[in-house]
Design a protein around this ligand. Structure first.
Ligand code: C5P
Length: 222
């Protein structure tokens, strides 16, 4: 179509969603947090004790899962079967289980289908791991974000710490490292930079500088 799709991929806790939200707000586009979808599916699997080796129950579970985004001032709010789960999906139980769930091909097939539908006719910014490679290989602009792992862990720790003072920096660092490893080595659409994605290393960049970097690349295309 003639709609603009911006695909933002990269490692865990790189600030993808911060940039994606700022960009969507600036351009008045829809923001879609694809990671929230995998996290919500993971929450459902945990609550219902879905066996990751049982393909029939995975298929059945996917039929029972209904996800919806409610965009309030560009914060992504997601509901799982009409329940607001935006907070719960950021906690450690989901964070430590999301990579194996998102590695399942049945899960990816269904999420990709829903994501492609969202980007069919609207201007959107979507962030994730496979947006520029699998979901929108013809995206108008692809960014691949990276940052020093220590810096990423510190940023995420600050975010989590206020609500969960018992979580340690070491735990957060470990979770990020494990997800990066799992996400880059899985068989089904692993995290990899698309050939035509622009690398954005934000270790030493402010959110404003990152937004400017993206705007400088999208403006000529509009
Ligand atoms: O983006 P976020 O860190 O919330 O994503 C959580 C997890 O969901 C990732 O570690 C990855 O395992 C999975 N994911 C994915 N593909 C996407 C987005 C997220 O596999 N497009």
């Amino acid at each position: 179509g003639n709609n603009i799709v911006v695909a933002i991929d990269g490692y865990s806790s790189c600030g993808k969603s911060t940039l994606a939200k700022a960009l969507a707000k600036k351009l008045n586009y829809i923001y879609v947090d694809s990671g929230a979808m995998y996290r919500a599916v993971t929450l459902y699997f945990l609550r219902n004790n879905i066996d990751l080796n049982d393909h029939d129950s995975i298929e059945q579970a996917l039929k029972n899962i209904h996800l919806n985004f409610h965009s309030r001032d560009y914060e992504s709010h997601i509901t799982l079967n009409d329940e607001e789960v935006s907070e719960e999906i950021r906690q450690m139980p989901v964070s430590t289980n999301v990579s194996p769930v998102s590695a399942l091909k049945e899960v990816r097939r269904e999420m990709v289908k829903q994501q492609q539908r969202m980007g069919r006719s609207k201007n959107i910014v979507m962030d994730g791991r496979d947006i520029g490679t699998a979901v929108f290989p013809n995206a108008s602009l692809k960014l691949f974000m990276t940052a020093d792992p220590k810096v990423r862990a510190e940023r995420r720790y600050k975010e989590i710490h206020t609500k969960n003072p018992e979580v340690t920096l070491a735990e957060v660092f470990e979770n990020i490292a494990q997800r990066d490893y799992a996400d880059t080595t899985r068989a089904e659409s692993p995290l990899v930079r698309a050939d035509d994605a622009v690398i954005l290393d934000n270790t030493n960049l402010t959110p404003e500088q990152q937004l400017q970097f993206a705007l400088d690349r999208i403006t000529p295309l509009l």
